[in-house]
Design a protein around this ligand. Structure first.
Ligand SMILES: *Cc1c(COP(=O)(O)O)cnc(C)c1O
Length: 376
């Protein structure tokens, strides 16, 4: 069976973890590896502050806390996304207002946002699906016009860019994921990227149970205390060690995934030209990170048959995201603004092909052959 995902493992992770345990004797949060990971992110993504977190979900919760989302505040987002995008705001009493997606990128349709804005709207949450950027110039201009915050769900978007800027560094806050299904992993983990340095101190306090411990460790104060409401959003240093090994090999992972992505694209292009299926679209100005390779079948029925056929050929292909507005919690906590022209229809057509670091060229060729055979 060719698995849909294999967690990235470059080989040096064990050594890094051993160093955390045996050399540093530091297992809890904010140890040497956590600092190295944060610095790596800050330098590589040109962002003033990156805080490692226990997940992207938690990074988004931090962003919701920092944005002071309160009961009844509205947050505009796509319905075609992972539950965390909405959950983080719902926990604070926020109301997700879902808008339709664009069929080409599966990202929120930037032309549908303005009509969804009310006097209760506080933030826009673009989700960069498959590591391909949303139309950020339009979104940032709207945010400016209506004084809204922008919190990017860049869980899938690490190292992708929009007009030269890294995803997660364009809005006020950016949320990354290092879950085992993402390009770089620590099992469970994430990061919060902060654009305005004035928000950093409060973020550090929220992340450390409402204490000013980070300041204490930097020697800026001589004792630390409880100064605000907070939680525990910092991962252990063992997990950070695992991630750091992958950051040190980031280009190899990136290029390996890109080779698979480009080969899929080249081999399946003829099917798209024959009008049989649709391949991912990368708009001008966007550079992606080969997070995902998906194809879109004609409809739900054809997709179901395709996934079944691939399974018979020992290929695990998956679909995802029951649109949030049609899920029980989505109906309860949120609402859809405007018409669902594409969200449900396009989500039912999409199938993801195996994509992970270490996927072999022969495997990509085999999978593309079987997809081609299905359409014959
Ligand atoms: C993976 C993912 C998340 C959640 O990431 P965790 O680190 O598992 O919390 C959120 N949003 C999107 C779009 C994702 O793909």
């Amino acid at each position: 069976m060719i698995d849909f995902n294999v967690p990235p493992y470059v080989g040096t992770e064990i050594r890094y973890v051993e160093e955390a345990v045996v050399k540093h004797h530091k297992l809890c949060g904010d140890g040497p590896f956590t600092h190295r990971c944060s610095e790596w992110l800050e330098q590589r993504l040109h962002t003033p502050k990156a805080l490692l977190t226990t997940s992207c979900t938690h990074a988004t919760e931090m962003a919701a806390l920092l944005s002071e989302i309160k009961e009844g505040d509205e947050v505009i987002m796509p319905s075609y996304t992972f539950v965390s995008t909405a959950d983080a705001f719902v926990l604070r009493g926020g109301v997700p207002v879902f808008v339709d997606i664009r069929p080409d990128t599966m990202n929120m349709d930037e032309t549908k946002i303005e009509a969804a804005i009310t006097e209760r709207t506080r933030a826009i949450v673009p989700v960069h699906y498959a590591g391909v950027s949303c139309e950020m110039d339009t979104i940032m201009a709207l945010a400016k016009k209506y004084h809204l915050l922008v919190i990017e769900d860049a869980a899938q978007g690490i190292l992708s860019t929009y007009k030269g800027k890294f995803l997660g560094t364009i809005g006020d806050y950016g949320c990354l994921s290092f879950h085992e299904t993402k390009n770089y992993s620590m099992g469970e983990g994430g990061a919060l990227l902060i654009q305005d340095e004035r928000n950093v101190e409060r973020a550090e306090i929220i992340r450390e149970k409402g204490t000013n411990r980070a300041k204490f460790f930097r020697g800026q104060i001589d004792k630390y205390t409880w100064v605000d409401a907070g939680s525990s959003y910092l991962p252990g240093d063992i997990n950070a060690a695992y991630l750091m090994a992958q950051f040190d090999d980031a280009d190899r992972i990136f290029e390996d995934r890109m080779r698979s992505w480009n080969l899929y694209y080249e081999l399946l292009k003829p099917l798209e030209e024959q009008g049989k299926l649709i391949l991912p679209c990368i708009p001008d100005g966007c550079e992606h990170n080969a997070h995902m390779f998906y194809i879109k079948a004609k409809d739900l029925e054809e997709r179901t048959a395709l996934i079944r056929y691939l399974k018979e050929q020992d290929i695990q292909s998956v679909f995802h995201y029951i649109p949030l507005h049609s899920a029980p919690a989505g109906e309860r906590f949120g609402r859809f603004h405007g018409e669902d022209v594409y969200t449900t229809k396009e989500s039912e057509r999409l199938a993801r092909l195996p994509m992970f670091y270490g996927l072999l060229e022969d495997q990509v060729r085999y999978i593309a052959d079987k997809v081609t055979e299905f359409y014959r």
